[in-house]
Design a protein around this ligand. Structure first.
Ligand SMILES: [Zn+2]
Length: 424
């Protein structure tokens, strides 16, 4: 099994865009703890789970007896007594335990605001995490954290910008360790460029292709990804045949988990490359507001959409656009982008199985996804109040430039749907 060492998804989230000059970013790096450090990480994960479950139990009991909840402050004040009863908790960084209580408190707040379900007890699993809110140091591919005698080795494949605010250390089901470093920087985001029709593009998240652009470029999912997915299916089948509790089952489980992680890395890498090219080439990118969870309920689409990971791609694209001063526009999910003829505006009763169709009104032949992408662009420009350039032909130079940028990044599965150039 080929393994991409240290290739973890780099910048994944922008947590806070309300304060334009206060940006939070998370960087994730692979860690290589030695045996002692590994044992202590396991103890931290286990103890945080224990504390979570203990206080969740207490809160449940309190509520059923008195109808009252428990504040963070009260829970934290009970922590020293718990440590007296359970000596081994003293081996653990107490701030990590307090942080667990904060997370529990946060989980209740989200529940009361109807943003999340009632907090669950945590089961013992092969994976887990804990936070280190303070008193850590990062230097030269090593990270020093309280209670750990020596610095833990990690592979920093990129520099971090901003000040490190907190850490989360996690173990994946296949037994790899990662540290996620949350940083805060006061870098001011660039002023967004003016939205112009000639440098704007519409996108359609396809079922067959990964992404189709209004310029007529279609990008497919990478072949390597498809290969890994076939491998995963095979491994999962093999796992299901192994006897529960057997050593062989455990080995098979680790193989499945590793392949899952490998697929995530491959997909992230692919998304990174594509979003990089798009945000370099276009000043405005338009997409449908994909309610992915809604679309997942449609069993026709569930497989391919789940695989393609649209929402993570669009999040990445929006983040990049924001940091580069580019614009993204989301149009309503119910605009008839795929059913409307992009040439004459006729709304057609398009079936899900129809990949191509001919407009009964103007007799233009349409590729389903290309036509949709053209409409997405059009709707977005209308929404932004920018005059659309009816009559302008496909900008061939842009197409050539995008294709060459993509291939330079190693994304070779992109092509130009070179039919009769449509009117944009
Ligand atoms: Zn038409």
């Amino acid at each position: 099994m080929q393994e991409i060492r240290g290739l973890a998804p780099p910048i994944v989230y922008v947590f806070n865009t309300n304060y334009l000059n206060n940006m939070f970013k998370a960087y994730r790096f692979r860690m290589y703890p030695d045996e002692d450090q590994r044992v202590l990480i396991e103890k931290h994960i286990g103890s945080c789970r224990f504390v979570w479950n203990h206080f969740l139990g207490l809160r449940n009991k309190r509520y059923s007896e008195t109808g009252k909840g428990m504040s963070y402050k009260e829970m934290a004040s009970l922590l020293p007594a718990l440590k007296k009863d359970h000596e081994w908790l003293n081996e653990i960084n107490s701030q990590s335990l307090q942080q667990t209580l904060m997370h529990l408190d946060g989980a209740f707040h989200r529940f009361f605001r109807k943003l999340a379900r009632y907090p669950n007890f945590r089961k013992k699993r092969n994976s887990g995490s804990f936070s280190v809110p303070q008193h850590f140091a990062i230097s030269d591919n090593h990270i020093t954290i309280p209670k750990f005698g020596s610095p833990i080795r990690m592979f920093m494949h990129r520099n971090i910008a901003g000040e490190a605010r907190s850490l989360t250390i996690s173990k994946t089901p296949s037994g790899k360790y990662y540290v996620s470093i949350l940083t805060e920087s006061s870098a001011i985001l660039p002023e967004p460029e003016k939205i112009e029709s000639r440098s704007s593009v519409g996108m359609d998240a396809g079922i067959t292709g990964f992404l189709t652009l209004s310029d007529g470029i279609q990008i497919e999912n990478s072949k390597n990804l498809k290969k890994s997915e076939r491998k995963l299916a095979k491994l999962q089948k093999r796992l299901s045949r192994k006897q529960k509790g057997s050593r062989n089952r455990d080995k098979a489980r680790i193989k499945v988990a590793r392949t899952h992680e490998h697929i995530t890395n491959q997909r992230n890498d692919f998304h990174n490359k594509v979003s990089d090219v798009l945000t370099r080439q276009y000043n405005t990118m338009a997409m449908e507001d994909l309610n992915v969870s809604g679309m997942m309920k449609n069993h026709h689409l569930a497989g391919s959409i789940g695989d393609a990971g649209w929402s993570s791609f669009f999040t990445m694209l929006k983040t990049k656009a924001l940091s580069r001063g580019k614009n993204t526009i989301e149009i309503g999910r119910f605009d008839p982008s795929s059913r409307m003829c992009s040439n004459c505006g006729y709304v057609y009763g398009l079936k899900l199985s129809e990949r191509e169709w001919t407009c009964p009104e103007c007799h233009n032949r349409h590729d389903r996804e290309w036509n949709a992408a053209i409409n997405v662009r059009k709707f977005a420009l209308i929404k932004a109040g920018v005059p659309t350039d009816r009559g302008e032909l496909t900008p061939v130079d842009t197409v050539a430039s995008v294709l060459s940028l993509l291939s330079r990044e190693g994304v070779t599965q992109a092509k130009w749907l070179k039919q009769e150039a449509p009117r944009l």
